[in-house]
Structures are given as C-alpha cells and as structure tokens.
Design a binder for this molecule. Structure first.
Ligand code: 26Q
Length: 815
C-alpha cells in the first residue's frame, strides 16, 4: 500500500476538525485514536472496495463463517501491521509529537467472544484475507461484549463491557442492507398474489437486523474481506400514544424487546443455557445472514437455486448457528416456492459443521416449548427433516428402536442441534486429532457409523501476525534477522531457526528478549494492579477460561504444596517462581468462582509471607482479555496446559505460548499431543494419566481418590488446608471444593476431573522444570526448538486444510 505522510497528516487534522471541532493541540488521546483509525480506514477503503468488486465481477465460490462469537481484540495496531503501514504511521505521529503506544491503549477490545471458539474465528478471518481467499464472517454486534472482571475481596465481580461507549471507527453501518427477522406468531397457509400456495407467519414479532461491516485486512496483500455483524432494533420505534399518556416504560417495551437480542454476549462457554433469548440471538443472526446471501444471489441469478451451492459454502462454528439450516429451507420453500427435495439438495451441499466440545452432555439442546414457541415454522421444518431421518434410520437399523430414539433430532422433549447439524451437513470436523478420534469412536460414534465420509479433522491454529509479529516485535525481529522475511505468511519457515540451537549469541539474545518481555509485563502489572513481579523468576502461566476440566485447581494446589515445602525446608532452594493466572468464570458457575477466590486467597497469603519472599509469588491478572494476552504470551516461560486427558478439544493458547518460546507443561490432551510431537517430548514437560487410562477408570468405576490421599501425605495436607483454617479462618469458603475432591457433591462422584490422580505426576514435572531452568542455556535451546517447530500451528495451515477438504474455494488476488 502506498503511503503519503503529508496526506495522512492532513487527513488526520481534517478528521479532528470535522468529528470533534478540535485541532491537534486540543485533541485528547481518545480523539487521536479515533482520528488515526479513521484515517487509516480511509487508506484501506480502496482495497476494501476493490476486493468487493473483484468478488462481484466473477462468480466465485465464497466461504461464510457463521459464528455467535468473534473475539477480535483491538484493531488499530493489527490493521496497520497487516496493511504494512505501521512504521510509516508511527513516524508521522512522532513528527507531530504523538506517542503511538499511548493512542493504541485508548482502543477498547472488541470482546465479542468467550474464549477459544471466538478467538479461533478471529484468527481464521485473518488467515483467509492474508491467503487471498474470499471468506467472510457473519455474527452479532453485541452492544456489550464479554463482561469486565474485577476482583473484589478475592472474588470475581462482573461489570458490563461498554465497548461502544465511543463510536467504533472501524465499523460501517449499512442501513441499506437491513432485513427483517420474525419471531413467534402463528403459521398461516395461503396463496400468493400469483396464486401459489405457501406458508407464512402472521402476528409475529418483527425485528430489524442492521449490518455493521468491519474490514478484515490481509497481511501484505490487497485483499480486504468483511466481517458483517448484525444489530437488532424495532421497526416500529417507540409508541408515541403510550408516551403521551405518560406510560413511559410501556412506550419503549417493543423497542427494548428487539434491542435486547443483540444487547449482550452470553458469558458461559459451555453447556446449554436454556434461555429463550439465547435462541433468539442464534436465529436472529442466522436468519439475517441467510437472507443477505439469498437476496444477493437472487439479484444475480434469479430464483434458479441450482448454482447456490457452487457459490456458497457456510461453515457453522459449533451448534450456535445450526438453526441456519432449517432457515435456508424456509427461505427457499416459503419465499421462493422451491420444493422440499430441491431445497434439501441445496442445503446439504452448502453447510459444514465444526464441533468444539467433546462431552455429549454439553451439546446444545432446546426444549421444544421454547423452540416451537419462538420459531413455529422452523420447528415444523425440523420435524419434517427428522421424519425423513427416522425413515432412513428404520430402513438401515430395523428394530433397533433405542437407536432411533437416541439419534432422533427431536426426543425427550428437546431439539438436538448437533444431530440436526450432523445429519444436514456434508462435513463434520473436530479441532485436533485426538478430539476427532474421540468424536468418531465415542461421543458421536453412532453418527460416525451412519456417515463416516462426513467426519474429518482440522487441527486448530493461530495467526502469527497478531500473536508473534504484532505481540512480540523483539522476537519477530530476532527471527527475521536470522531467516529473513517470509515466515509472516509461511510459519513453517521457522524451521530454519534450528540451525542456531548451538549458536551462543542467538541463545543469549533469546534469553534477553524473554527478559525484556517479562519486564514489560511486570511494568504493566505494576501499573494496572500494583503487583511486583521479578523478571528473574520463572514466569509460569495459566491463562484461559476457568473450568474444572482445565484444572486451575491442580495448579494452585501445587502452589500450596510448594509454599509448604519452602517454609519448612530451608535447604530446598529451587529457582524463584511467579505463578501467573488469568481467567474469567461464567457468571453462574459457582465452583469456578470459588477457585478464583482460592487463587487470590493463596496469592494474598504467599505474597505477604516474608519467609518465601523472592522465592515464590502468585499473581491473578484481573480481566484477562485479548489485549492483555498479547502482553502475557511473549513474557511466559512455562505454558500450563493441564486439562484432564480427553477433555480439552484442542486448546489454542498452547499454540500462542509455543510460538512465543514458552515450554509446555501439559497432559496428553487436545492439541498438546501434536505440539509435543512437533517439538519433541524432551522439549516439553508431559505428565498425567492418558485418555485411555482415564476412560478405563471411568468404564470400570475404579477411580479411588482416597488412595492418592493416603499414599501422599503432602497432597493430603494441602487438601486439608482448604478447610483447616490455614487460608480461611471461617473454614467454610473452600469446603465445597474440599468436598468435591474428597467426597463428591450434588450426586457427583469425588474428584470428577482426576486432580488428585495427577497431582504427584504434576509435581514431578514441576521439579523437572525447576531443575532445567537453572541451566539457562539449555532452557534457551529448548525455547528455540519449540519456536522453530511451531509452524504447523499457524491458522494459515488450518485454513488451507479447510479449503482443500471442505470449502473448495479458490484464491482471488485483488489488483
Ligand atoms: C452455548 C449455548 C448457550 C450459551 C453459550 C453456549 C456456548 C458458548 C461458547 C458454548 C460454548 C462456547 C465456547 C466453547 C469453546 O470456546 N470451546 C473451545 O474451542 C476452542 C477452539 O476450537 C478449543 O481450542 C477449546 O479446546 C474448546 O474448549
């Protein structure tokens, strides 16, 4: 992209004048952030329009990634880097005495996602644009994203994330493309003006869906794709009559009901919420997106839909947008008078489904009463899809009535969204090799038996543009200095770093870079939460959503154990360690919140105990989010990936740590297995029971946590310390955690996630870490080998896999 410094300057001034009535000297940091972003967008606009025109010009197949979540984070720095104008912009600003870093920090995160699944969607968009693929995102423009977490008295407290408080300079409202989405009402059957019989809905609640477009800028290419997010309003405005009668609340009822649909992201990242509003969100953006696609198609090709599947492929990010399947059936049949068989042929060639969860009980199912009440016509279509599925099942498995029942899309008064997806889609994929195997052999075995050809694996990846080039400029420079450019678009090039494993100068530089990044994180945490971190200590990091299966509890129990040891054994002198946690708990997940309280309680105790000063510290990073993650990964020495084997579908933070040179401390779970395979077992710290061993204990009901307590006094002691007053004088706060480990509560057996079973193995792995970290050079070597072998985990590779096996789209370069 050509960059004219003078013009950019003028543009910036003009923006400040027009938007804020200020000149540069009067502008505050926010004004500057807004004006710089808007000026950058203007530069990008040519390419954005050219990309759209290119896609319109030729009829090319395009990919639409439907996702309830896009965890984009900040845009400014990333967009400038991808457009390759960051240095130039920085230069201009410096000329004007403006510090870029300060401006950058004014941008709120676009936190429109919970965690892994939402961030994966964001990484995919970056890779699609960078690789010149016509692929776009469709989602919801939540007015409030992932809640802001504050820690008060050690507890998580949630606050609304008002990310749109100021305008978002990156979005463009497209009122001209608004569509209507209908809820409730009743099904009517009648004739169109031209005499065609057809179903329609009457007395429905009508909601206007207005799209806001965000540019997705490819790195070092002209391609700029689009993320289209829908916002809900009422077409009827407020009720003036009621208002004039001073019934102010009733006057805005309809408006509020519509706007509530895109009000806020649901902050639970597992398990069905069972809330009608959540289903409304799902149908809202699925319907709007499909209406958008079909309208565009009809404008070009008319109502012959035989080419639809040649021009569209729709990837469903988990079951959240699966209601798009019956919605496309409805649009084709009710709006365009297409027959069932023809519509079904289009649908089954268009949709593909990605599963992100292993546990069948976590799969989404909607009570019929909610589903049918909200979407009567859609429910009717699902019933018909299911009727035909059952005919198929009876023919294939005669007399196996239990199987028919289990596989029925509708049973036990619920609609099974995953069943609808698997039956209707031409592709079903898991997100890591182990995960896909478990789907095929266990959780979805019956479906795999029925449709083996649909199942495939697509191991997750992350974009090196955001997570290395942008987040860790020092390491990026180190790499480029040795292997040149090219890794930014082909991460396997990092393999070239391996020839520096015995180069002392490289190893020393690597050590220094890590140290500098640790200092940056330390400064940040000093500034934001007045924490003191020693960059000389090992930064041992676990950042991810808080879940029992992710076992933050195992981590903190080990910290408690280490603390006991340090206090009691003066001869024990391991290297200093800082245990860093960052995690949000779903607001209604009580036990997860208690684990956060435990981490903070242990931190408070240890950090204030003089006896262990300089040896061990515990830090809970408040409000962990993308922009903070960008500071944490570059500073990490140890990457905690300690889920119970068989429970983490993939994990993606494990990959972000790896490219930033942290060593994995992990179980053989999710993508950890593939990471260890690439890096070599000797360059990671693997521990814990294997999936097969866990499954066997599960099958045979042979797990006895008490046995581990009996045989390991140090473990028994830390477990007792949860309730003996050591950390909590009331003995009450952590009793629930204690009971869940030792006795089992609420009908669950004791220690569901095998924390006690893996404790000893985890401690030993931690000891290996302590021993190996003392040898700085050896550690640096392992770091370098990890970085050099992280190429597989680029989302560019993942996208190429999807393109080859599922999407079959072609690169289209924009001139
Ligand atoms: C469903 C229904 C109602 C309300 C919320 C939800 C909901 C929302 C988010 C269910 C699940 C999620 C998110 C799941 C998720 O992030 N899964 C993670 O996906 C990553 C990307 O594939 C994997 O790396 C992780 O292993 C997986 O846990």
């Amino acid at each position: 992209m050509e960059f004219n410094a003078e013009q950019f300057k003028q543009n910036l001034s003009a923006r400040l004048r027009r938007q804020y009535g200020k000149d540069i000297s009067q502008a505050n940091k926010h004004d500057l952030f807004d004006a710089v972003s808007a000026s950058a967008l203007e530069l990008i606009m040519n390419n954005w329009m050219a990309t759209r025109q290119e896609y319109e010009k030729k009829p090319v197949k395009q990919l639409y990634y439907l996702s309830a979540e896009f965890l984009m984070g900040r845009a400014l720095s990333n967009n400038l880097i991808n457009a390759q104008i960051k240095d130039a912009v920085k230069e201009v600003l410096k000329d004007m005495n403006i510090d870029f870093d300060m401006i950058e920090d004014e941008e709120p995160d676009a936190g429109l996602g919970n965690g892994g699944l939402g961030r994966l969607a964001a990484c995919f968009l970056d890779s699609l644009a960078t690789l010149d693929y016509p692929g776009h995102g469709y989602g919801i423009r939540y007015e409030y994203g992932m809640f802001e977490q504050r820690i008060q008295d050690g507890y998580q407290v949630e606050y609304p994330d008002n990310w749109l408080a100021h305008r978002d300079p990156w979005e463009i409202k497209r009122s001209d493309l608004a569509v209507t989405v209908k809820f409730g009402g009743n099904i009517a059957y009648g004739k169109t003006p031209d005499g065609q019989p057809r179903f329609y809905i009457e007395n429905a609640e009508e909601v206007t869906a207005t799209p806001y477009d965000m540019p997705i800028i490819g790195y070092g290419t002209n391609t700029v794709n689009t993320l289209r997010l829908w916002s809900a309003t009422s077409p009827n405005g407020f009720d003036l009559q009621l208002f004039n009668n001073m019934e102010y609340n009733r006057a805005v009822e309809r408006q509020n009901s519509a706007e509530n649909i895109s009000r806020v992201l649901y902050p639970n990242d597992s398990g069905p919420s069972g809330k009608a509003l959540r289903l409304k969100q799902q149908y809202f953006f699925s319907s709007a997106s499909l209406q958008d696609l079909v309208r565009h198609y009809v404008a070009d090709y008319g109502t012959d839909f035989s080419k639809f599947a040649d021009l569209h492929v729709i990837q469903l990010n988990d079951t959240h947008p699966v209601v798009a399947i019956p919605e496309l059936m409805r649009i084709l049949m009710d709006d365009y008078n297409i027959g069932w068989d023809e519509a079904w042929a289009v649908v089954t060639k268009t949709f593909a489904y990605t599963n992100h969860t292993i546990l069948a009980e976590a799969l989404e199912k909607w009570p019929i009463s909610i589903f049918q009440g909200l979407l009567p016509r859609i429910y009717q279509i699902v019933e018909e899809i299911n009727r035909r599925l059952l005919i198929q099942l009876r023919a294939k498995y005669p007399n196996d009535y239990d199987k028919h029942h289990r596989m029925s899309i509708i049973h036990n008064d619920k609609v099974y969204m995953a069943w609808l997806a698997i039956h209707s889609c031409f592709s079903v994929n898991g997100v890591a090799e182990l995960h896909t195997e478990l789907l095929k052999t266990a959780e979805l075995k019956e479906w795999y038996d029925l449709y083996p050809e649909k199942f495939n694996n697509k191991t997750n990846g992350i974009t090196q543009r955001r997570w290395l080039l942008n987040a860790n400029p020092l390491l990026a420079e180190f790499i480029t200095k040795r292997i040149g450019h090219g890794w930014e678009k082909d991460l396997t090039k990092l393999k070239g770093l391996e020839k520096f494993v015995d180069d002392d100068e490289s190893l020393n530089e690597l050590i220094n870079i890590k140290m500098e990044n640790k200092q940056v994180l330390a400064d940040f945490l000093k500034h934001t939460q007045n924490e003191f971190l020693d960059p000389e200590s090992i930064f041992d990091v676990q950042v991810k959503r808080l879940h029992e299966y992710k076992r933050q509890l195992l981590n903190i129990l080990h910290v408690m154990y280490l603390y006991n040891r340090l206090v009691e054994d003066p001869d024990y002198n391991p290297p200093a360690r800082t245990f860093i946690f960052g995690a949000k708990a779903a607001s209604g997940y009580r036990r997860a919140k208690t684990i956060i309280k435990l981490i903070n309680t242990v931190a408070e105790r240890i950090n204030n105990d003089r006896r262990v000063r300089g040896k061990i510290r515990v830090v809970f990073v408040e409000n962990y989010r993308v922009s903070v993650a960008e500071k944490i990964f570059p500073a990490a020495d140890v990457s905690e990936q300690i889920s119970t084997a068989g429970y983490e579908a993939s994990g993606t933070s494990n990959m972000k740590f790896m490219v930033n040179g942290a060593l994995t401390l992990g179980t053989m779970d999710g993508a950890n297995i593939e990471i260890v395979e690439e890096a070599g077992k000797e360059n990671a710290f693997v521990f814990g029971h294997l999936t097969e061993e866990i499954k066997q204990m599960e099958r045979e009901h042979s797990y006895n946590p008490q046995q581990y307590l009996d045989s390991n006094p140090a473990l028994a002691r830390v477990v007792e310390q949860l309730v003996d007053g050591t950390y909590d004088p009331t003995h009450q706060i952590f009793k629930e955690l204690y009971d869940s480990l030792v006795y089992g509560v609420e009908g669950q057996r004791a220690d569901v996630y095998y924390v006690l079973a893996d404790f000893d193995s985890y401690c030993k792995a931690q000891e290996r870490i302590a021993a190996e970290y003392m040898d700085k050079k050896l550690w640096a070597k392992k770091t370098l080998i990890n970085i050099a072998n992280s190429g597989k985990f680029s989302s560019d590779r993942t996208i190429e896999d999807y393109v080859r096996d599922i999407w079959k789209i072609k690169k289209l370069e924009v001139k």
